[in-house]
Design a protein around this ligand. Structure first.
Ligand code: CS2
Length: 497
């Protein structure tokens, strides 16, 4: 009966073949000591993977994860995970074609906060919970591009301040759960951000304290002295799951997994070792604990994530579809490398033990992995919350030091063109998913009348429009691009020999 299709669930685990590396540990020993908000592909290829590794290697470890979704869009993952007893397969695709598939067992429960906020608040407030970790995306931090602070005008923020026991935003949930812990004389949990945002822990602290101060100043004082918010750098390229991934498991392993995750072999997690109530010994499975993570974060955001956006935006309008497709085009590979060398490297800080040249070489190899078909449509998702973190700070740093800005500026001009036209050079439609989609489109469309109009979206660009060194280059680029529609020639002209 070896060819019989098997559904992925706890009862079938013992029958799975060794090549799927099913967890051998007893999952009933897990306790939901981690509550994780935002169970997307990245959490499942990263923190849940590290935790699964630890559970495999340490029989005394009982750290399990209770997933949480706060949006109605999380209903699907909630239903799939429940049906599969929270098991899923991680498909690790190597550049040489080797594929490792492993069933991950570290998630043990899932709660939907949008229809039952009380269950989530109580899970966070439960004495079992020691860490609440987050992957809520860059946009989830709701930052104002001009001030860099949390935007209190957001309707959900107002809602949460008025309805603290029925919050919508993660910060409302965290504040109410911490309040209950303080009132019940329970120790605080750690809040661990796993998002691509510089100073992710510090920013989360600032926002949670802001929520608490507006509701109960004494709670803010308690949080300040009891809750740790370690900064972290997280890294593993995780494309969107496709039907081919599902079919691959069915055909290759006769396994029915409704929502596996594909990722690259590379994996990195650098975390500040500040935890309020203990932590799993993730260092024994490869995580690095360091006193100061900021230089690592900056290096990764400004090189890897910005590099993705550079390829994503320029590549999309040129007609490329994936990151590996872009880097196999010599023009795009050279452009990316020169952007990194000329504009990013000079503004980075020294990172102990990291050879920046080797790091950049590795990035190009990782981007070139032909088995990770990382779609440019994923990269361009929510660019309005990514570029202010990944790319615009590099432009600002170079403006301050009189450095080159042209590689990055062409990306902004191309993004305007992309937001306006919504088609590539061959006329194929580009799907734009962005919280500011309409605003970006309208601002971009006005470019013909006023070449600076796109920069007036201050939520994204802050006061960049005030800088004449920038606007001079930008206007010249955006006008040429609108006139010629030939981004490749413009890229070529910027390349240095
Ligand atoms: C990507 C990231 O979202 C993006 O634009 O750059 O998701 C990237 O793949 C991860 O941060 C890799 O660690």
């Amino acid at each position: 009966m070896t060819n019989q299709m098997r559904a992925l669930n706890e009862a079938n685990l013992s029958q799975l073949p060794a090549e799927l590396s099913p967890p051998q540990y007893d999952r009933s020993r897990l306790n939901p000591r981690i509550v994780h908000v935002g169970v997307g592909g990245f959490h499942r290829s990263h923190e849940a993977y590290y935790t699964d590794e630890l559970l495999r290697s340490d029989a005394s470890c009982d750290w399990g994860i209770c997933g949480v979704g706060l949006r109605s869009a999380d209903e699907k993952i909630a239903a799939v995970l429940k049906e599969q007893d929270y098991l899923y397969t991680l498909i690790i695709r190597h550049p040489n074609g080797t594929v490792e598939s492993r069933v991950i067992g570290s998630i043990m429960d899932f709660l939907l906060g949008y229809d039952d906020p009380e269950s989530v608040i109580e899970q966070m407030a439960s004495p079992e919970t020691q860490i609440v970790s987050l992957t809520i995306t860059e946009g989830g931090y709701n930052l104002d591009a001009t001030t860099g602070d949390f935007n209190w005008n957001h309707p959900d923020a107002q809602h949460d301040l008025e309805n603290p026991t029925k919050p919508k935003m993660v910060f409302g949930f965290l504040t109410e759960a911490l309040k209950r812990r303080r009132d019940r004389k329970l120790p605080a949990f750690t809040i661990q951000s796993c998002d691509n945002i510089q100073h992710n822990g510090d920013l989360t602290r600032k926002t949670v304290l802001g929520f608490a101060r507006k509701q109960d100043p004494e709670l803010a004082t308690w949080i300040e002295s009891n809750v740790c918010f370690p900064n972290a750098m997280v890294d593993r390229i995780t494309p969107v799951t496709t039907d081919e991934d599902i079919d691959y498991l069915a055909e290759e392993h006769q396994l029915q997994d409704q929502w596996p995750v594909t990722c690259e072999p590379f994996c990195q997690w650098v975390v500040e070792d500040e935890f309020s109530a203990g932590r799993p010994s993730w260092e024994s499975v490869g995580a690095q604990f360091v006193p100061d993570v900021v230089p690592y974060e900056k290096m990764k955001l400004r090189l890897l994530n910005a590099g993705h956006s550079v390829l994503g935006i320029l590549g999309s309008i040129h007609g490329h579809r994936t990151i590996d497709g872009c880097v196999s085009d010599p023009l795009f590979a050279s452009y990316l490398r020169q952007f990194m060398d000329v504009e990013v490297t000079p503004v980075l800080d020294q990172v102990d033990g990291i050879d920046l040249e080797a790091y950049k070489d590795t990035l190009l190899e990782r981007f070139g992995n032909p088995n990770i078909k990382d779609a440019l449509s994923r990269i361009c998702l929510e660019s309005s919350s990514k570029l202010p973190v990944f790319l615009i700070p590099t432009i600002q740093d170079n403006l301050a030091r009189g450095g080159s800005i042209q590689f990055a500026t062409l990306v902004i001009a191309a993004w305007c063109f992309y937001s306006d036209k919504r088609t590539d050079e061959d006329g194929n439609p580009l799907e734009i998913t962005d919280a500011l989609k309409t605003q970006l489109h309208d601002a971009a469309e006005a470019t013909r009348k006023d070449p600076l109009s796109f920069l007036e979206v201050t939520e994204v660009f802050g006061d960049l429009i005030e800088n004449q060194t920038f606007t001079k280059q930008y206007v010249s680029m955006v006008e040429t691009l609108y006139e010629t529609t030939d981004v490749a020639s413009m890229m070529q002209r910027l390349l240095r020999n």
